[in-house]
Write a protein that binds this ligand. Structure first.
Ligand code: B12
Ligand code: SF4
Length: 514
């Protein structure tokens, strides 16, 4: 029950124009019974367009795995007479592809200013050449206008207006402080330099959402929460003081780097601000892989840093990439079986609360994709399409001696070892044994009117004995249902054809070069 921030920001900006009414529909959050649905339970776009015809339809094209659906809808809206625009990381890196699949205009980079210029140009019948930061077809050829400078003064922008989101239920509110990232991980498509909104502005936005939309859970979407340390500290102080003044509670998830564990002042400030969940890209416990990824640190301190973060009471969601292709072909790599073991051992030792291990995804616009493309290893898109780019599927020929099927099974093994049925049994056991032990005992303090002991004991019990088992049992059910779907999917058949093509083209290359 959340939504992506980008489309809300763009829609908010467009809604400030005089002659334009704007609404946002999120296919992943369309719970209301008033939303017309198709037989698959998704929004019925034909009906939506018939009921309230849109002149212009914008699409969020950041996630590669959603691209086939995006193109399907773009085609539908275009047929029904609307103009189509798309922005986001995938489409900005694959502009020609989008323009040949039903998108009239691709917006590259941040969309808040561009959408306004574009709509005004259409409204006034002005040529699109004057709108910077876009690409479109001119006489059948792609034409890109001058790039738009990055936004540096976020105070110019209106606050994201979540009331534009139709039919949705919101529980987790996304908020953004920082855009871009100064690191340069090989697999990542975030390339722009870091820019930071003022802490006060972000605080105002949170206060608005707390006071007007009863928001109590936030996801701070910056790639690296502490990229600007001073601003992070100031933001934490503002949040802590707001909570105290208004006597209000809310939780916050932030994305941060593991080596921030070296900064006790920052961790203390985050704790005092009530930041409780950290999403961290650990990526791998194997040094060779971390080096190839250009992650910026090695594995030796990882467990210690994780322990430090836990000691502050943070709940840690660890994100990992498995099967990273090596850069130096001559170096030998640890056998697959041992790599699986290293991941499993690490997850146990570091006591990561929840984990997501995905296969390597060569995302468009990344140096990794460029490298694998040069090596001719990426499976052709006509076989393994974008819909498989979600980290669950092998997408390129793995390093020598490993099959893609083995790689995929390895990830299932790691995840299967982490999310288990026995977490349910543990949970029940802990409810019978530890709940009475901890909470009932604390209840005795009621005679002294110290209810806080009970709350404290309950929190401690929930954290130590309940929450992780519940989450892991939930993860077990998700994994099981994914495996069922996977068995019914045609992926393995498509993979055979893709492998054949890659091997044939390699043989051809060998013959030509010899
Ligand atoms: C926050 C986040 C998440 C959160 C989302 C939480 C939420 N409710 O928002 C969570 C953790 C759930 C998540 C999950 C995933 N994510 Co993510 N995520 C991000 C992150 C860090 C920030 C996105 C964001 O909100 N940015 C702030 C907004 C304001 O910026 P924006 O989205 O870029 O939008 C601007 C422009 O793109 C443009 N724009 C965007 N849409 C449109 C539309 C129109 C019409 C116009 C004109 C302009 C426009 O204007 C916007 C405003 O300036 C990005 C990295 C990044 N920096 O982009 C990755 C990123 C989007 N994620 C990525 C991936 C791969 C995933 C996962 C698939 C990972 C996985 N394997 O599980 C999952 C997919 C989940 C799903 N199916 O939805 C990739 C996508 C790359 C790709 N080509 O697919 C990114 C780019 C990171 C990366 N590794 O490179 N993610
Ligand atoms: S993975 Fe994270 S740290 Fe690395 S470049 Fe991307 S956003 Fe920055």
């Amino acid at each position: 029950m959340t939504t992506s921030l980008g489309p809300i920001c763009v829609a908010t900006s467009a809604s400030k124009l005089d002659l334009w009414d704007v609404e946002v529909v999120d296919e992943n959050n369309c719970k209301s019974r008033f939303c017309p649905k198709d037989p698959k339970g998704r929004p019925n776009h034909k009906k939506l367009q018939q009921d309230r015809p849109a002149d212009v339809v914008g699409f969020y094209g950041s996630l590669s795995s959603t691209i086939p659906r995006l193109f399907e809808l773009a085609g539908l809206y275009k047929k029904m007479g609307a103009k189509t625009v798309a922005g986001g990381k995938h489409v900005e890196n694959k502009q020609e592809e989008a323009l040949s699949h039903g998108i009239d205009v691709v917006v590259a980079g941040e969309g808040e200013h561009t959408i306004r210029d574009l709509l005004l140009a259409w409204q006034n019948g002005a040529p699109l050449d004057s709108v910077s930061g876009i690409a479109f077809l001119k006489d059948g050829q792609m034409f890109g206008t001058a790039p738009r400078p990055l936004i540096t003064d976020f105070d110019q922008l209106p606050y994201p207006d979540f009331s534009l989101l139709q039919y949705a239920r919101m529980k987790f509110y996304p908020i953004g402080r920082i855009r871009g990232c100064n690191m340069n991980c090989e697999f990542c498509s975030v390339k722009d330099r870091t820019r930071c909104a003022s802490p006060q502005r972000v605080m105002n936005q949170i206060a608005y959402l707390v006071e007007n939309r009863k928001a109590r859970q936030f996801f701070e979407v910056s790639d690296h929460f502490a990229a600007d340390r001073d601003s992070a500290l100031e933001f934490c102080r503002l949040v802590a003081s707001y909570k105290k003044r208004k006597r209000v509670r809310f939780t916050m998830t932030v994305q941060t780097r593991l080596n921030d564990a070296r900064d006790p002042e920052l961790l203390q400030a985050m704790k005092e601000a009530g930041i409780n969940n950290l999403a961290i890209g650990f990526e791998s416990p194997i040094d060779e892989e971390l080096k190839d990824m250009r992650k910026g640190y090695l594995s030796k301190d990882m467990i210690r840093w994780t322990d430090i973060l836990h000691s502050y009471g943070f709940f840690i969601h660890g994100m990992f990439i498995f099967g990273y292709p090596k850069r130096d072909k001559t170096s030998s790599r640890i056998p697959l079986k041992d790599r699986v073991k290293r991941f499993r051992d690490f997850l146990l030792k570091a006591k990561i609360d929840t984990a997501q291990v995905i296969l390597t995804v060569p995302l468009p616009g990344t140096d990794l994709r460029e490298r694998l493309d040069k090596e001719g290893r990426i499976y052709p898109l006509e076989d393994i399409g974008w819909e498989y780019y979600d980290g669950q599927f092998p997408l390129f020929e793995p390093d020598d001696g490993i099959s893609p099927e083995e790689l995929q099974q390895s990830v299932t093994k790691i995840m299967g070892g982490f999310y288990r049925f026995r977490n349910l049994i543990k949970m029940i056991f802990n409810m019978i044994i530890h709940f009475p032990r901890m909470v009932f005992l604390a209840s005795l303090s009621i005679v002294t009117f110290r209810v806080t002991y009970i709350v404290g004991a309950f929190q401690k019990w929930k954290r130590r004995y309940f929450r992780n088992n519940l989450m892991r049992f939930g993860g077990y059910l998700i994994l099981k249902s994914w495996l069922k779907k996977f068995k019914e999917d045609k992926f393995l058949i498509l993979l055979q054809e893709a492998k054949r093509k890659i091997r044939r083209s390699k043989e051809k290359f060998k013959t030509v070069s010899s």
